[in-house]
Design a protein around this ligand. Structure first.
Ligand code: GAP
Length: 440
């Protein structure tokens, strides 16, 4: 598997992901998605929304406020207990998660032994103040997960959408956690995005729906181009599960830095709705129109990190291959990002063989016309070989070369990213050709 340094360097060089606040010396563990990263991330979120919201009759989506009434987080127990054990080396003041190191061993940063403080719970909620005063009554929290608004708004969503159990609510958006040890590029950050579903079911049917969601997640990961042998479906033991959960599966991925969580799938019972009903006093029960029974539905929660999806899609897409160069009989290593076509930032690149106006003017027009349908790059600088390599590195599935013959035969050369095979296609058939290829 590719080393992280190589991926981070490609991300910076090609404009996928940059270090945040770079010109001010950066901000530790903050990252900005550049033009290609933003496209890739958006394609992932759009594909997820399309698959799990738009194309399903049993799903609706919401876009809730990031900052909620602090009572929400008191009700769920986040304010009191959403914490990790923290220890600090008293010599160099490096902080660690006490559950991730051996505190009797030497500090990995300065090498001192016996210098760790006893572990203390550190709350991960990111605090802010609302309004002009900064007193205790103005304290608010950035949401640590997108999930809660789907419970807090459950009644309004169910009544306005008139969905019947079983049905689900989905949300995509930012979440914030004051992580003790962020790191490993975009794997663990303090600001990140989630794509979550709360799927409401009858208690007696939870196990069946859990299985269905597990299958859905596997199919989604296939779509993202993830090799199943790089995944591990970790059934969480009863002792390690939340007390309200009868089944939780951590979907883990073999990252270059180890086997770690990618997504979570949890059966949450009626824990969240019950907490909010008890603490708010609102009746959150669902009225079954067939039986007239009123009850709190139980919940299956597939919880996906957007940034971890971007990371895994990039790790899976990265390939280094021996490929022939323009010099006869010679070859060199080419780096190619074999993104699933639906996720690739650019779908097509238009490359005129020469910068001369007789080619560049119609080639630009071609790019503009294709751009009405797909994300299209246009590049007329450097040799055609170098331009192909650049498009390979950013994962563009098709390069369309506009050459001098095009002016006579009204045809272009289309190069396939993965096979590097080239085909002559008539301009009049190009759009239909690309359409078929991109859907293949
Ligand atoms: N509502 C349940 C929930 O939030 P979680 O396991 O704490 O569960 C779900 O988070 C997913 O969100 C994780 O599997 C991961 O993909 C992503 N995630 C969590 N913390 C993250 C962080 N600090 N940085 C990036 N992604 C994170």
């Amino acid at each position: 598997m590719i080393e992280m340094d190589k991926l981070i360097s490609l991300c910076k060089r090609r404009g996928f992901v940059f270090p945040g606040s770079d010109i001010y010396g950066g901000l530790a563990n903050s990252w900005d998605y550049g033009p290609l990263g933003a496209e890739l991330k958006k394609n992932i979120k759009d594909a997820w929304w399309d698959r799990f919201v738009r194309r399903r009759a049993d799903m609706v989506g919401i876009d809730a406020a990031l900052i909620m009434n602090p009572k929400v987080w008191e009700a769920t127990g986040h304010v009191a207990t959403f914490s990790d054990p923290l220890t600090e080396c008293t010599k160099c003041h490096t902080r660690y998660r006490a559950d991730q190191i051996d505190i009797t061993a030497a500090c990995a940063h300065c090498g001192s032994k016996g210098t760790f403080t006893p572990p203390a719970q550190f709350n991960l909620m990111l605090k802010t103040f609302l309004g002009a005063k900064e007193g205790a009554e103005a304290v608010a929290y950035f949401r640590p997960e997108t999930a809660q608004a789907m419970f807090v708004d459950f009644k309004m969503i169910q009544e306005t959408s008139r969905k019947r159990v079983p049905f689900g609510i989905a949300q995509v958006g930012k979440a914030f956690r004051n992580e003790i040890t962020p790191g490993n590029f975009i794997f663990r950050t303090r600001e990140f995005e989630q794509m979550e579903v709360e799927y409401f079911v009858k208690e007696s049917e939870w196990a069946k729906h859990f299985e269905t969601w597990l299958t859905e997640l596997k199919v989604w990961l296939d779509f993202c181009g993830v090799d199943r042998t790089h995944l591990h479906f970790h059934e969480i033991e009863e002792a390690d599960r939340a007390f309200y959960s009868k089944r939780t599966v951590d979907i883990e991925y073999q990252y270059p830095f180890g086997l770690k969580e990618l997504y979570g799938l949890a059966y949450r019972g009626d824990y969240d709705l019950k907490c909010h009903q008890d603490k708010s006093g609102a009746d959150l029960r669902y009225l079954d129109p067939e039986t007239n029974e009123k009850y709190l539905p139980h919940v299956i929660e597939p919880s996906l990190g957007v940034d971890r999806t971007v990371l895994v899609v990039m790790l899976e897409a990265y390939h280094e291959e021996e490929a022939p160069t323009a010099e006869a009989g010679e070859s060199a290593i080419r780096v190619v990002m074999k993104f699933p076509k639906a996720l690739a930032p650019y779908k097509v690149a238009v490359l005129p063989l020469s910068k001369k106006e007789e080619l560049s003017v119609p080639a630009r027009q071609l790019a503009d016309s294709l751009r009405q349908k797909w994300a299209v790059d246009y590049d007329e600088t450097q040799s055609i070989g170098k331009r192909y390599r650049r498009q390979d590195e950013i994962g563009t599935p098709y390069c369309v070369t506009f050459d001098f013959d095009t002016l006579n035969d009204q045809a272009v050369t289309v190069r396939d990213r993965d096979s590097m095979k080239q085909e002559r296609v008539k301009l009049s058939e190009l759009e239909a050709y690309l359409d078929t290829q991109l859907k293949a």
